[in-house]
Design a protein around this ligand. Structure first.
Ligand SMILES: C[S@@+](CC[C@H](N)C(=O)[O-])C[C@H]1O[C@@H](n2cnc3c(N)ncnc32)[C@H](O)[C@@H]1O
Length: 363
C-alpha cells in the first residue's frame, strides 16, 4: 500500500540519509533503492514491494539519525498542471484507504535552495487545497509550529519539488518529528552566551518526553558540562536552576557565573571525574568522535552520570561510515556493561557537521 517514503534532511546530507534508509530497509528484510540529488534536502526510498502501515513504526523518526522528518508515499511523484493543481491531488487522496485519511495537513517543500523558493507558494496553496478537501468530507487542520497534535493523528504531506511536481504522502504523528518539516524553530534567548544553546534545548525536546523533562531537568539536579565555554549549554541548566560544573580552559560568560550556580573548572575534560555521581554529563568538545564516544562509555561504566548528551563532530568525508561504526561499537560495549539503556543519535536541526547523541536509562 505504501510504495515509498520521503525523508527530509539538512541540505548536503542526502548521501548519509540515503545510506541510512537503505541500511534500515535491509535490516527489516525489505528491498528497494534510494533516489536523491545533492543539496536537494530530501531523499525518496522506493520499496520494491509495497509495505503496510507498520512501516510508520519501522522507519520512525526517532530511530533515524539523518532524517529530519519522514512520511510515506502511496504513489510516486505526481505531475500537476499549473492551471489546476488541486484536482489531481484531491482525487489521489480520495483514492486512499480509510486508514490513511488524514486529520492534519502540511504543504511543504525541502530546505534546499530550490525548495526554499517554494515556501511562499506552499503557504498560499494550503488554503484552496484545504477547502477542496473539506468539501470532499476530508476536513484537515493545518499542522503549524508549536501546535500540540495527538499522537494518533495522521498528517497529509503535500511536498512540492517544484511548481509542477509534488509528492503526496502521510505520516503518523507518533512516529514523526514533533516539528513541522522537522524544523525546530526555537527562540534564541537574548541573554544566552552562544547560539549553540539552541542545540541543547532541541536535544532535550527531541530525546526526552515532557514527563522526563520535568523530572530530569528539575532544579535539584546536578550537571557537568565538558567543553563548556562560553556557556551556551551551561545556560540551559542554569535557566532551570540546575547547579553545573563547567569544565573548560576558556572564559565563561560573566552573567552565568553571577548566577551562583556555576563552578568553572579549568581542567582537561578527558581527565575530569565528578566527586559524586551527577544527573547529567553534557559534552560539546571539538574532538575526534571516537574519543568522545569512549569518554561517554567510561562515564556510563563508572555510573558517573545518569544521562548524557554529547556531540560527535563529523568533519570527515565518510560521515555515515563513522557514525555507523561508533553506534555499533557503543551498542556492543553498552550491552556488555549490562545496564538497561537508551542510545539515540540525531542530526538535529541546529546541528551542522555533527550529530547529537543521548545516552540514558531505558524508559
Ligand atoms: C564548541 S565549544 C563549546 C561551546 C559551548 N557548548 C557553548 O554552548 O557555549 C568547544 C569548547 O571545548 C573546549 N575544549 C576542547 N577540548 C577540551 C578539553 N580537552 N577539555 C576541556 N575543554 C575542551 C574548548 O575550549 C571550547 O571552549
Amino acid at each position: 500500500m505504501l510504495r515509498a517514503l520521503l525523508a527530509t534532511c539538512r541540505p548536503g546530507f542526502e548521501k548519509e540519509c540515503a545510506a541510512e534508509l537503505s541500511e534500515r530497509a535491509t535490516q527489516l528484510g525489505l528491498t528497494g533503492y534510494p533516489q536523491t540529488k545533492p543539496e536537494s534536502g530530501f531523499c525518496v526510498f522506493h520499496f520494491n514491494e509495497s509495505v503496510s502501515e507498520n512501516g510508520f513504526e519501522k522507519f520512525q523518526w526517532s530511530a533515524l539519525i539523518f532524517a529530519r522528518s519522514v512520511f510515506f508515499l502511496p504513489a510516486g511523484v505526481m505531475q500537476v498542471p499549473e492551471t489546476d493543481r488541486v484536482s489531481p491531488i484531491l482525487e489521489h487522496i480520495k483514492s486512499w484507504p480509510k486508514s490513511l485519511k488524514p486529520n492534519f495537513m502540511l504543504v511543504e517543500s525541502s530546505d534546499g535552495e530550490s525548495g526554499r523558493e517554494l515556501s511562499a507558494f506552499c503557504k498560499s496553496f494550503s488554503k484552496p487545497l484545504r477547502s477542496a478537501l473539506s468539501k470532499s468530507q476530508i476536513p484537515v487542520e493545518l499542522w503549524e509550529d508549536s501546535q500540540a497534535v495527538e499522537p494518533q493523528a495522521r498528517c497529509l504531506h503535500v511536498f512540492f519539488v517544484d511548481y509542477a511536481q509534488v509528492y503526496v504522502g502521510v505520516s503518523l504523528r507518533r512516529y514523526n518529528s514533533p516539528w513541522p518539516r522537522g524544523i525546530a524553530r526555537l527562540r534564541f534567548p537574548s541573554d544566552a552566551p552562544s547560539r549553540s544553546t539552541l542545540k541543547l534545548e532541541e536535544a532535550f525536546l527531541s530525546f526526552l518526553s515532557e514527563d522526563e523533562r520535568a523530572s530530569a531537568l528539575a532544579p535539584s539536579r546536578r550537571a557537568v558540562d565538558l567543553g563548556a565555554c562560553p556557556g551556551g549549554w551551561t545556560y540551559q541548566f542554569v535557566r532551570r536552576g540546575i547547579r553545573t560544573s563547567a569544565v573548560d580552559n576558556g572564559s565563561m560568560d560573566e552573567r552565568l557565573m553571577d548566577s551562583g550556580l556555576v563552578e568553572h573548572l579549568r581542567v582537561d575534560g578527558f581527565k575530569f571525574a565528578p566527586q559524586r555521581p551527577v544527573d547529567w554529563m553534557v559534552c560539546d568538545m571539538v574532538e575526534q568522535p571516537k574519543r568522545i564516544a569512549e569518554l561517554a562509555l567510561r562515564w556510563w561504566q563508572s555510573q558517573s552520570a545518569r544521562r548524557m548528551i554529547f556531540n560527535l563532530k563529523l568533519p570527515m568525508k565518510k560521515r555515515w561510515a563513522e557514525v555507523q561504526e561508533i553506534r555499533l561499537v557503543m551498542e556492543e560495549e553498552l550491552k556488555k556493561m549490562g545496564r538497561p539503556h537508551r542510545l539515540v543519535m540525531k542530526h538535529l536541526y541546529h546541528d551542522r557537521e555533527e550529530v547529537t547523541v543521548y545516552l540514558g536509562p531505558h524508559s
